[in-house]
Structure formats: C-alpha cells, structure tokens
Design a protein around this ligand. Structure first.
Ligand code: T46
Length: 137
C-alpha cells in the first residue's frame, strides 16, 4: 500500500512545541494547496473517493480521526491523533475518513490544485481504473 506515516521534527522548548513543514523537505512534493476540515459532525464518514494523480499529506493538528485506505488488494485503518504526524497518501488509493473527535482539525497538504476531474468517486470505477477485480467477487 502506497502510504507512509511521517513523524515530523518537533522543535520544543520551555514555551511549547512547534512543527515546521517545507515543500520537498518534510513534504515530499511541491505544495499547491492546503485545506482543512473542522466541526465534523459525530458519526460522519466522508471521502469515499480516490485520486488519479493527487498526492497528499493529512495531519490531524487537533483532536483525532481515523482514515480507511484501500488499494484494491488490501485495506488499512489508521488513527491520526498527533499534530506532529503526517499520513502521506499516494494517488490511486481509495480513502474514507471517520470517527472524528468533536474538536478534530484535519489539515491536508496537496500536490495539486483542486480539480474535480482528478476524483474517482465510484468504488467500481476505482477498481477498473487501477485494473483490479472486486475482492468480494
Ligand atoms: C481528500 C480528502 C482527504 C473545494 O472547493 N476545494 C478543495 O480544495 C476541496 C478539497 C474541496 N472543495 C469543495 C468541494 C465540495 O463542495 O468542498 C466541498 C467538500 O469536498 P469533498 O466532498 O471532496 O470533501 P471530502 O472530505 O470527501 O474529501 C476531501 C478532499 O476533497 C479529498 O481530495 O482526499 O478530503
């Protein structure tokens, strides 16, 4: 599965903590876009798509949430609950985000600007796009 948990360097001193992220250093691509989710309602599950080209790093900078990843062969559940930890997700991976704490802020650094044409929002289309058969067939 093409994902990676990255522990960013923490610059701490007696005033508290600071994390610095630079493109093509801590972040393995040029950052073209930043967006974030907050006030996610209890029980909400969102995402339900893959990207043809986009690579991203998800950082839960406050609270916690969980991420479901699926590459057509295997699935994995990841908990994001540390502001110094990033989840790098390659393209062609189905993702769903769920179990958001009420105070969760999920920030995403993206390699591309927003382009609806890059989304695959139907699971069967995703499997077709990556040339895989449905696991349940
Ligand atoms: C992803 C996961 C982790 C924009 O106008 N610009 C943007 O850059 C984004 C990301 C969204 N939007 C609009 C499009 C929709 O009307 O914001 C609304 C919510 O977006 P969406 O339903 O795509 O949100 P999620 O949570 O399903 O997915 C988002 C990202 O879209 C996606 O790339 O990987 O977070």
């Amino acid at each position: 599965m093409d994902y990676k948990i990255i522990d960013f360097q923490k610059h701490g001193d007696d005033r508290g903590m600071l994390v610095a992220l630079e493109e093509e250093k801590e972040i393995p691509f040029k950052i073209k876009r930043v967006y974030y989710m907050y006030d996610t309602l209890s029980g909400v599950r969102r995402g339900y798509h893959a990207h043809k080209k986009l690579k991203q790093i998800l950082i839960c900078i406050h609270g916690y949430c969980q991420i479901h990843l699926d590459n057509g062969d295997e699935t994995i559940e990841i908990t994001l609950d540390k502001p110094y930890q990033g989840l790098y997700i390659e393209n062609n991976i189905w993702r769903e985000m769920y179990n958001f704490s009420s105070d969760a802020v999920l920030m995403v650094l993206a390699s591309e600007i927003y382009d609806e044409a890059d989304y695959i929002r139907n699971y069967q289309d995703f499997l077709d796009f990556i040339g895989k058969k449905d696991k349940n067939e």
